[in-house]
Write a protein that binds this ligand. Structure first.
Ligand code: CMC
Length: 431
C-alpha cells in the first residue's frame, strides 16, 4: 500500500493534525485515521460504515455512481457473458484468469471435494423438517469445523487453500441437502460428470425413482446466478467473515457467521422477501397501494429488491439478471404469470416515480433472481441459500486475502458512549 503525497488536515479542539491519504488504483482517496486517537484523543463516528474503508483489497471494485462492478479488473457483464462460475471462482481466489490447464485442475479439485462426510448426514436429521434451509446451513457449515480438522490451522497457507476448496465444493451439496430434507425427499449425492451448476440442480431436483435430465439452458441460468453473486467487496456478510476471522477463528466458523449475516432481509434475504412481497401484492391493481406504503415515512414497509447502499444509478448485476430472467421464462413458456406481471408493472411504476428517482432507488439483483429461481421450481426459502452458495467464493477469497496480509489485526471498533457515567451500586431493598 503506497501513501500518496496528499494529506488531509483536521482541526480538533483548536489543534491541527495532518493525516496521510492513500490513493487507490481506482476510486476515491482514503484518509488514514489509524493514528488519530493516539495523536488527538478522538474517535471518528460512522456506524453503518458509510464513509469508512475497513481494509484494503485487490479483489473487487464497485463504482456505485457508474454502476460498475469489476472482479480483479474484469467487468461483471463480460464475466457473465463469456466466463462461467468456476472460472470466476479461480479469478477471485488467485487474482488472474486461469490457463486451460489451471482451470481443468481447479475444476477437478472442486469436483472431487463435493461430497460431505457421511456422518454429517445425521446433523440434517436433527433439524425439524420445517426449518428454514438457512438455519440448517448456518449449523451444518459451522459443524464442518468438527470434521475437517486438517484445514482449520489458519496460519498454514496450504490449509487455508484446502479449506477454501472444500467450502466452494461442499456448499452446493449442503444447500441441496437442506432443501431435500425440508421436502422429505432422500438426499441426492453429487455427480462428478456434471458441471457445478448442473450438479446443484441435479442434487436439488433429482429423485432416485427416475432419471432427471438437467436442461442446459437452466444450468446456464443457474451458473449465471452463481456468477453474478460471487463477490461484492466489503458488504455486510463479507465484513462479518473478515471480523470473525480477525480473531483467528477457523474458516468454517467464519463462513457460518457470513451465512448468518447474509440471511437478513436487507442483505441476501431480500430475494426471498422480494418474491413474498410480489405474492402479497398479487395483482397489478394493488401496486399503487404498496408504492404509497413504501413512500410513507410512518410505515416501515420498503419495496424489497429496490435500492442499494453503493449503487446509485443501476445495479450492473440486475441488468444481466433481467436478461437471464427473460431467457428462462421464455424457455419455460411462462409469459403471463401473474407474479411476473406484477414485477414488470412494479418496476415500470417505480422507475418513473419521483420518490424512487430522487432517492436513486431502482431494482437490484435480487428483484430478478427470485423470478428466475421461482420459475426453476425453487421454493422462496431456497433463494437465500442459493445466494450463500454463490457468495462462498467471495467470502473465502476475502478471508484468504486478509490472512495473507502480515499486518492483519483483530477488528475492534470503538464507540460513542451515551450511557450513564459511573454511579454507585444500590442494594435491592433501597431501589
Ligand atoms: N423502498 C422504499 N424506500 C427506500 C428503499 C426501498 N427499498 N430503500 C431505501 N429507501 C429510502 C429510505 O427510506 C431512505 O429515505 P429517507 O432518506 O427519506 O430516510 C432513503 O431511501 C435511503 O435509505 P437508507 O436505508 O439510508 O439506504 P441504505 O444505503 O442504508 O440501504 C438498502 C440500502 C439496500 C438496505 C435499502 O435500499 C433497502 O432496504 N432495500 C430493500 C432491501 C433489498 O432489496 N436489499 C438487497 C440489496 S442488493 C443484495 C445484497 O446486497 O444483499
Amino acid at each position: 500500500m503506497t501513501k500518496s503525497q496528499k494529506t488531509a488536515t483536521l482541526t480538533v479542539h483548536g489543534e491541527t493534525y495532518e493525516l496521510p491519504v492513500f490513493s487507490p488504483t481506482v476510486g476515491p482517496d482514503v484518509i488514514d485515521i489509524r493514528k488519530l486517537y493516539g495523536q488527538a484523543g478522538v474517535f471518528t463516528y460512522d456506524p453503518g460504515f458509510t464513509s469508512t474503508a475497513s481494509c484494503d483489497s485487490t479483489i473487487t471494485y464497485i463504482d456505485g455512481e457508474k454502476g460498475e462492478l469489476l472482479h480483479r479488473g474484469y467487468p461483471i457483464d463480460q464475466l457473465a457473458a463469456k466466463s462461467h462460475y468456476l472460472e470466476v471462482c479461480y479469478l477471485l481466489l488467485y487474482g488472474e484468469l486461469p490457463s486451460a490447464a489451471q482451470l481443468e485442475e481447479f475444476e477437478t479439485t472442486i469436483t472431487r471435494h463435493t461430497m460431505i462426510h457421511e456422518q454429517m448426514h445425521y446433523f440434517f436429521r436433527g433439524f425439524r423438517r420445517d426449518s428454514h434451509p438457512m438455519a440448517t446451513m448456518v449449523g451444518v457449515v459451522g459443524a464442518m469445523s468438527a470434521f475437517y480438522h486438517d484445514s482449520t490451522d489458519v496460519s498454514d497457507e496450504r490449509q487455508r487453500e484446502i479449506a477454501s476448496h472444500r467450502l466452494i465444493a461442499k456448499m452446493p451439496t449442503i444447500a441441496a441437502m437442506a432443501y431435500k430434507y425440508s421436502v422429505g425427499q432422500p438426499f441426492v449425492y453429487p455427480r462428478n460428470d456434471l458441471d457445478y451448476a448442473a450438479n446443484f440442480l441435479h442434487m436439488c431436483f433429482a429423485v432416485p425413482a427416475e432419471e432427471y435430465h438437467v436442461d442446459p439452458i437452466l444450468a446456464r441460468a443457474m451458473d449465471r446466478i452463481f456468477t453474478l453473486h460471487a463477490d461484492h467487496e466489503q458488504n455486510a456478510s463479507t465484513s462479518t467473515v473478515r471480523l470473525a476471522s480477525s480473531s483467528g477463528a477457523n474458516p468454517f466458523a467464519c463462513i457460518a457467521a457470513g451465512i448468518a449475516c447474509l440471511w437478513g432481509p436487507a442483505h441476501g434475504g431480500a430475494n426471498q422477501a422480494c418474491l413474498e412481497m410480489l405474492k402479497e401484492i398479487g395483482t397489478v391493481d394493488r401496486i399503487p397501494e404498496y408504492i404509497a406504503r413504501a413512500k410513507d415515512k410512518n410505515d416501515p414497509f420498503r419495496l424489497m429488491g429496490f435500492g442499494h447502499r453503493v449503487y446509485k444509478n443501476m445495479d450492473p448485476r440486475a441488468t444481466v439478471m433481467k436478461q437471464s430472467a427473460d431467457e428462462v421464462l421464455d424457455l419455460l413458456g411462462i409469459d403471463n404469470n401473474p407474479l411476473l406481471q406484477v414485477a414488470k408493472e412494479l418496476e415500470k411504476i417505480a422507475l418513473h416515480d419521483d420518490y424512487f428517482i430522487e432517492k436513486k432507488l431502482f431494482p437490484n439483483v435480487d428483484f430478478y433472481s427470485g423470478i428466475i429461481l421461482e420459475a426453476m421450481g425453487f421454493p422462496t426459502s431456497m433463494f437465500t441459500p442459493i445466494f450463500a452458495v454463490s457468495r462462498t467464493v467471495g467470502w473465502v477469497s476475502q478471508w484468504k486475502e486478509q490472512l495473507a496480509d502480515p499486518q492483519h489485526k483483530i477488528g475492534r471498533p470503538r464507540q460513542l458512549y451515551l450511557g450513564e457515567t459511573m454511579r454507585d451500586y444500590v442494594d435491592i431493598e433501597n431501589r
